[in-house]
Design a protein around this ligand. Sequence first.
Ligand SMILES: *[C@@H]1O[C@H](CO)[C@@H](O)[C@H](O)[C@H]1NC(C)=O
Ligand SMILES: *[C@@H]1O[C@H](CO)[C@@H](O)[C@H](O)[C@H]1NC(C)=O
Ligand SMILES: *[C@@H]1O[C@H](CO)[C@@H](O)[C@H](O)[C@H]1NC(C)=O
Length: 139
Amino acid sequence: MKMISLLLLILSSCLCATFVVNVTQSSYEAEENHSITLEWTFTTRTLGSNRERFVDCSLLTPHKELDLYQVHKGVEFPESQDDQFTGRVQSDKDVLREGRIRLHVSRLRTEDSGLYLCDVKTEDGFGSETCRLNVSGEF
Ligand SMILES: *[C@@H]1O[C@H](CO)[C@@H](O)[C@H](O)[C@H]1NC(C)=O
Ligand SMILES: *[C@@H]1O[C@H](CO)[C@@H](O)[C@H](O)[C@H]1NC(C)=O
Ligand SMILES: *[C@@H]1O[C@H](CO)[C@@H](O)[C@H](O)[C@H]1NC(C)=O
């Protein structure tokens, strides 16, 4: 019995160590009123399962943190999203199963510029990664 729990302990710590969250691009440039797709990838071994999968993405600016996107066990929480992004964010829930977070942000504003952070927690571990978005206006 002791051996089994020791083995489980070793196994679970190995799983945690191999869990990673990546960005496909570390920085994006875009123009005001255009749209962009921000993308993250994370380790999955339970394909097709959204069990215990928690994703929380937000925009960090020097002054504040704005919630962009939250999904827990396959259920999205649009009510947690900051007003700045209302009606402008589309997610691709199908690719989430494959370990990809794809967030399409339309009608970009200059104040959307900043650091985008996604926290991901699954039964395999926890991780987070950021990418930078720079939205330039006219001139
Ligand atoms: C994360 O990036 C590393 C290094 O580029 C790569 O080896 C790994 O497969 C990536 N993992 C995921 C889940 O994207
Ligand atoms: C954002 O883009 C503008 C226009 O291309 C550029 O002048 C500025 O340096 C960029 N800012 C950052 C933080 O990359
Ligand atoms: C974006 O749209 C607004 C409102 O239509 C307009 O005032 C602004 O000039 C546009 N910006 C660019 C860079 O086209």
